[in-house]
Write a protein that binds this ligand. Structure first.
Ligand code: SF4
Length: 406
């Protein structure tokens, strides 16, 4: 018997990350075009890349949502119509919008489905009903609602709900932060956030209990990262339509690993109807292998408290780093090798791991590395193509990683 599970929605900061996320199990991806998205520094998609990305996704039954959640000024509407027409032509599955004016424009001038961005901070049934009236078919709820509240919103407002399940978090209500504007002159609501909440600040004040003055340095606004794998049963019971992973600016190793872990967990549930799996520990362990701060459930079950602040020295823990991606698998009687695009230099005899699309990582060591001229080399160079011995089960686009010495 097959059990219902939500959609897994992964970030696609680039065309390559889109492919990696889908091949590692994401059912849908979200991405930004060259304009109107909130990640101005991400490798946003050109129109050609967008068309290729949608085609790649649709061939694998995955959906593509395009982010248009920048805060709009009147002049931004001059080119919006042209852009929306292109998205319609490419058969993009939905756009993610926060501005009511933009929602009105798109619903009146196109047939593209509209999802409400988390930037709009929708947190209740009444608000969801209003957005539904405006033509929105799905709301990406603010990170401040619990899964139980989200389930109620879905049921009573009668529209799809999407919630974040993993990734970095804002300490402010999404869409209501201007710290970056004032500290760095960068508009966080138009793609320029400088992550000012992650900086170290000096706190000076008077202790209300003792009356003594204090002065200390602290990362008091930096949030831990969201991780909701243990909350999956609640998401499923609440029939939350889509589980979203944050991180368009993060690496392809992140896009692949997170997509793989959550999609394996959801597939397990689909087949067995529970998570009573020895794999749960493995999945949690895998989630520690991508760059992250300490993890928290944030407000998924109960409202986030002071312990959701990451007040250690601000850094991201990195246990593993990507060293390459497999561009071609050659497995014939005459030839057996993997053609690898090198991202980070690695050496002969180094211990590496191959991350298959499904199942546990495969450890291996290379007793030969060749360049594309078939000459033996001992160390690879980032950006080069090399041939390494065939690893059982390897597939095109599998990622290779190494453990980072702490
Ligand atoms: S500064 Fe921090 S809280 Fe504000 S928008 Fe940026 S990430 Fe979010």
């Amino acid at each position: 018997m097959s059990h219902w599970v939500p959609e897994l929605l992964a970030p696609a900061g680039s065309l390559e990350k889109l492919k990696v996320a889908i091949l590692y199990g994401a059912n849908a991806v979200y991405l930004g075009g060259q304009k109107f998205g909130l990640r101005s520094a991400a490798e946003n998609f050109t129109l050609e890349e967008l068309e290729e990305g949608v085609q790649f996704a649709h061939e694998r039954n995955a959906q593509v949502y395009v982010v248009l959640n920048s805060f709009f000024h009147d002049k931004d509407f001059d080119t919006l119509g042209e852009f929306i027409a292109k998205l319609e032509e490419f058969k993009v599955d939905a756009v993610i919008v926060s501005d009511p004016g933009v929602i009105k424009y798109i619903t009146e001038n196109s047939n593209v489905e509209v999802h409400l961005s988390t930037q709009a901070s929708c947190l209740n049934v009444q608000s969801a009903k209003l957005w539904k009236k405006l033509g929105v078919t799905r709301v990406v709820l603010g990170r401040e609602v619990s899964v139980a509240e989200a389930a109620k919103i879905k049921k009573e407002a009668g529209l799809e709900v999407e919630m974040f399940i993993h990734g970095s978090m804002c300490m402010a209500y999404s869409g209501n932060c201007v710290i970056s504007n004032f500290t760095q002159g960068r508009d966080s609501n138009r793609g320029g956030c400088a992550h000012s909440c992650r900086f170290e600040y000096k706190l000076e004040g008077v202790d209300p209990n003792s009356g003594t003055e204090f002065s200390k340095n602290s990362f008091f606004m930096s949030s831990k990262d969201l991780e909701g794998i243990r909350v999956l049963p609640e998401f499923i019971n609440g029939e939350i339509d889509s589980l979203k992973v944050e991180g368009r600016m993060k690496s392809h190793l992140y896009a692949g690993t997170i997509s793989k872990v959550y999609s394996e967990a959801l597939s397990y549930y689909k087949e067995h109807g529970d998570f009573l799996s020895d794999e749960l520990k493995t999945w949690e362990n895998e989630l520690t292998k991508v760059s992250h701060r300490a993890y928290t459930n944030a407000s998924l079950v109960e409202p986030a408290k002071a312990d959701s602040i990451y007040d250690e020295r601000e850094h991201e823990e990195i246990e593993y780093a990507a060293v390459g991606a497999i561009l071609e698998v050659v497995n014939t009687d005459k030839n057996k090798y993997l053609l690898v695009e090198v991202r980070s230099a690695f050496n002969l005899q180094e211990d590496l791991e191959l991350i298959p699309f499904r199942g546990r990582a495969v450890e291996f060591k290379m007793d030969s590395i060749k360049n594309v001229m078939d000459e033996d080399i001992e160390r690879t160079r980032p950006g080069s193509l090399v041939k390494i011995p065939y690893v059982e089960g390897a597939k095109q686009w599998n990622l290779l990683r190494r453990r980072v010495e702490q």
